[in-house]
Design a protein around this ligand. Structure first.
Ligand code: IDC
Length: 478
């Protein structure tokens, strides 16, 4: 390698990468080699379908270390739009797109790379952009000129998380985030979480002592506990502090057993989530601040909107999500959909309304619910169609009818769960409780008796679900 005299080295360090890049661009550095001293290399790959695409972008810093950065590029076709991004703050103005670094990937040492991406839409054609800038300077790729070894980067490059130290779902997968249409683990790999939902905490608090959660984590091998906190029906609205505490206690119990905790703001009647907007803001500000440091928490901001338009649900989401983000910036948030979280199907609609008018926030997923004996092929077909375009999470489903009662529909339940397994869509089954109804996993009287392990305490639905959930997860770590 030709050694390049760098008279302003001190200045370069003070100025950081922007200074270095600016100097390179104005040809202060001598020789043709200096012109090759580019600051960054970008790879941009897409997976495209009619009207939509996922873009994965890798940014490699070839200049001096940066502590925050902005990537810029221009879409070649005026019909291309960023719909939902991740791992950066995405903005689009006309055809110009910027992605600003977020906390965890803002520090990029020399030679370090980070991956970001987005889901987009297109109308005319969908060519990839070819020119990129990092902090305003063109990324011309290539190998660049590394800094002298005597001046090491001032901050370490972001590290790949070390191998897991435990075997629980949270120990392996760590902090989750949405990537493309999937839920991804700390290694950036798509995963599926399988678990159970509580029944209403106001009625079934005695179903969730330590012994019950031990059985769920160890005997059932569940990945996930959904904590169903009704807002009406003698729920949260009657005693916000007590219900908030009850939810937090269950978050801790799930965490202690390495399970994810899905905090469900269980609105049902009335179906318009904005009826509970102020309560939602108060509740989520509290639980998000209190649980911000935990890796096992996922927020479900409204259970089953009904009798209300998608635009109203979307507006609710865009008011509640910022409250969560302000307190817990990196957690996944799940947004209910029209028609009892049926993606609109139970109201005669479909997922196009969400795809065409997505919630303007990143790291979010959308809810789909079904009851296997009531909801069959037309719902399954829509889920399959939507899953290519939207990150979906089945936060609640039953093996029985939508009333929560009746017999297990084994054929439909199999068809559903096979589909969700294939698409890696996470799910929670209604309910891990001993309610006297077909959807409950535990036989009536189990919770009072206090023994939860094995199959003798299970209903038909419980035995079916335990078998499905107990099969190995094989979470990918590389
Ligand atoms: C049901 C319970 C039942 C309770 C009823 C009203 O199983 O014991 O009396 O709620 O609170 C949903 C809802 C969920 C329902 C469930 C079954 O999210 O709250 O639980 N269901 O009807 N959506 C579709 C079905």
């Amino acid at each position: 390698m030709i050694s390049i005299p760098r008279p302003s080295r001190r200045h370069l360090l003070v100025g950081g990468a922007v200074g270095a890049l600016a100097l390179a661009a104005t040809a202060v550095l001598p020789s043709t080699n200096a012109m090759a001293a580019t600051g960054c290399a970008v790879t941009y790959t897409t997976n495209s379908w009619q009207g939509g695409f996922t873009a994965n972008v890798t940014v490699k810093n070839l200049g001096d270390p940066v502590s925050n950065w902005t990537l810029g590029f221009t879409f070649p076709d005026g019909g291309q739009r960023v719909v939902q991004g991740w791992s950066a703050t995405w903005q689009q103005s006309g055809s110009a797109v910027t992605a600003r670094s977020v906390d965890y990937n803002g520090s990029l040492g020399t030679g370090a790379s980070t991956s970001i991406g987005f889901n987009g839409s297109w109308t005319g054609s969908n060519p990839n952009p070819t020119a990129f800038t990092l902090n305003g300077t063109a990324c011309t790729g290539g190998t660049g000129t590394p800094p002298p070894t005597s001046t090491p980067p001032t901050s370490a490059p972001p590290t790949t998380p070390p191998p897991p130290t435990g075997t629980t779902p949270v120990a392996i997968n760590g902090q989750l985030r949405v990537c493309g249409v999937n839920l991804c683990n700390q290694y950036g790999k798509p995963i599926q979480l399988r678990g159970m939902s509580t029944h209403g905490l106001q009625w079934f608090a005695n179903c969730y002592p330590d012994a019950s959660l031990n059985a769920l984590a160890n005997d059932w091998q569940a990945d996930l506990l959904r904590i169903a906190m009704y807002v009406q029906e003698q729920g949260y609205e009657t005693n916000p502090t007590a219900f908030t505490n009850q939810v937090n206690a269950l978050v801790d119990k799930a965490e202690a057993r390495g399970m994810y905790a899905l905090i469900d703001f269980h609105t049902l009647t009335p179906g318009d989530p904005t009826y509970n907007l102020d309560r939602a803001k108060t509740f989520f500000a509290n639980v998000a601040a209190r649980n911000a440091a935990k890796k096992n928490v996922i927020y479900e901001i409204t259970n089953e909107p009904n009798g209300v338009s998608w635009s109203t649900i979307r507006s609710y989401a865009e008011q509640v999500i910022p409250v969560i983000r302000a307190n817990d910036p990196d957690a996944v948030v799940i947004v209910g959909t029209r028609g009892w979280s049926s993606l609109g199907v139970s109201d005669g609609g479909n997922s196009d309304e969400v795809v065409n008018n997505p919630v303007r926030a990143d790291n979010i997923m959308y809810t789909f619910h079904f009851y296997a004996a009531s909801h069959k092929d037309n719902y399954r077909n829509e889920v399959q169609r939507a899953a290519a375009r939207l990150p979906l999470f089945v936060t609640e489903f039953g093996t029985v009818t939508y009333t929560g009662d009746g017999a297990v529909d084994t054929a439909s339940s199999n068809a559903w769960l096979d589909l969700l397994d294939r698409l890696k869509i996470s799910y929670a089954n209604w309910t891990y409780s001993d309610a006297a109804e077909g959807s409950a996993a535990l036989r009536p009287g189990t919770c009072a008796a206090g023994t939860f392990t094995g199959t003798s305490v299970l209903t038909e639905s419980g035995a079916y679900m335990r078998n499905r959930i107990r099969t190995p997860d094989n979470f990918p770590t590389s």
